[in-house]
Design a protein around this ligand. Structure first.
Ligand code: AMP
Length: 285
C-alpha cells in the first residue's frame, strides 16, 4: 500500500490506473479505524479494481464547541489495518492541503433541507462540511464507486442527493452498520463513554429495534412510538436529541403510503453524542 499526503500524488496514481483500464473504489474516513470501517473496505474490494481510502479529520464538519481537537487520531494503526485489508492507496492530507484557502472555504456545497433536519438541527453547518469535503474528495479521487456506512444514515442521504444533483459519475453504496455483540453501533466516539455509560449505551439499539418491530407488525401511531423510544433512552440518563420515524428516501415524515422507513435516534451520554438507526419495511395495511 502506498501512502500519500498530496492531491497531485493521488491524481498521478489514479491516472496511471485509469490508463491501465482499472476501476476505482473509494472509502472516505476520519481514521481511528474499527471493524465498521473495515466492513466498508471489504465491500469496496468486492467491486474489484483498485481501492483507495482517505483519512482526514475534516475541521469544516465540526462545530466550534465540538471534538475536532480531541477526535482520536491513530494514523500508524490505521495504515496497518488498511494495508492488511488490501488497500492500494491511503490518502492522508493535512488541513492545509485540503483547504489551501483556510478552514472556511469560499466555495461550499450545501444540500438544502436534508442538511438542516435531525442531526443538522443540532449541529448547524455539519452537513455542509461533510458535503463540501466529500465533493472535494470525489474530484480528487474520481472513483467509480464510493462506499458510506448506513450507521450515518442522514450523511448517506445527503451524499446521495449531492452526487445526483451535481452529476458526479459515481455509484454511491450504503454498507450495513457493524455492531458490538450487545448491539451498540461501532463508533470512534464510543471511546468517550465511561464504563457505566458504556453499559447503558446499547439501550439505543434496543429502543430502535422495539420501534422497528412494532412498525413491521403494523403499528400506525408513529408519535406514540417516538415518544416511547425517547422516554426509554431518557430513563437511562441520556439526553435525547431525537427519536423519530422517517421515510428512507428523503428523511421526511412518512405519509401512510410510505413503506420504506427508518427509525433514527441521537442522544448524548456523558461526553459522547451517539447516533444510530434501523431500517424497516412497514407492512401493508
Ligand atoms: P468516520 O470515520 O466516522 O467518518 O466514518 C467513515 C465511514 O465509515 C462512514 O461512511 C461511516 O458511516 C462508516 N462507519 C462508521 N461506523 C460504522 C459502523 N459501525 N458500521 C458501518 N459503517 C460505519
Amino acid at each position: 500500500m502506498q501512502t500519500v499526503t498530496h492531491i497531485a500524488d493521488v491524481r498521478a496514481r489514479v491516472l496511471a490506473w485509469r490508463r491501465a483500464g482499472e476501476r476505482i473504489a473509494f472509502v472516505p474516513t476520519m481514521g481511528n479505524l474499527h471493524a465498521g470501517h473495515i466492513s466498508l473496505i471489504e465491500l469496496a474490494r468486492r467491486h474489484g479494481g483498485r481501492f483507495i481510502a482517505s483519512i482526514f479529520v475534516n475541521p469544516m464538519q465540526f462545530g466550534p464547541n465540538e471534538d475536532f481537537t480531541h477526535y482520536p487520531r491513530t494514523p500508524a494503526r490505521d495504515a496497518e489495518m488498511l494495508a492488511a485489508a488490501g488497500c492500494d492507496l491511503m490518502f492522508m492530507p493535512d488541513v492545509g492541503e485540503m483547504y489551501a484557502q483556510g478552514a472556511t472555504p469560499p466555495t461550499r456545497v450545501e444540500v438544502p433541507e436534508i442538511s438542516t433536519m435531525l442531526c443538522g438541527a443540532f449541529r448547524p453547518g455539519h452537513f455542509d462540511g461533510v458535503a463540501t469535503v466529500v465533493a472535494k474528495l470525489f474530484n480528487i479521487v474520481q472513483p467509480d464507486v464510493a462506499i458510506f456506512g448506513e450507521k450515518d444514515f442522514q450523511q448517506l442521504v445527503v451524499i446521495r442527493r449531492m452526487a445526483a444533483d451535481l452529476c458526479f459519475p459515481i455509484t454511491i453504496i450504503g454498507a450495513p452498520t457493524v455492531r458490538e455483540p450487545d448491539g451498540l453501533a461501532m463508533s470512534s466516539r464510543n471511546q468517550y463513554l465511561a464504563e457505566a455509560e458504556r453499559a447503558v449505551a446499547p439501550a439505543i439499539h434496543a429502543a430502535l429495534a422495539e420501534a422497528a418491530s412494532a412498525l413491521a407488525t403494523g403499528a400506525a401511531d408513529l408519535a406514540a412510538l417516538e415518544h416511547a423510544g425517547a422516554a426509554r433512552l431518557a430513563a437511562q440518563g441520556m439526553q435525547v436529541d431525537y427519536f423519530t420515524v422517517r421515510r428512507r428516501l428523503d428523511l421526511e415524515p412518512p405519509v401512510p403510503a410510505d413503506r420504506e422507513l427508518v427509525v433514527l435516534a441521537a442522544a448524548r451520554l456523558g461526553k459522547a453524542r451517539l447516533i444510530d438507526n434501523l431500517q424497516v419495511d412497514r407492512s401493508a395495511t
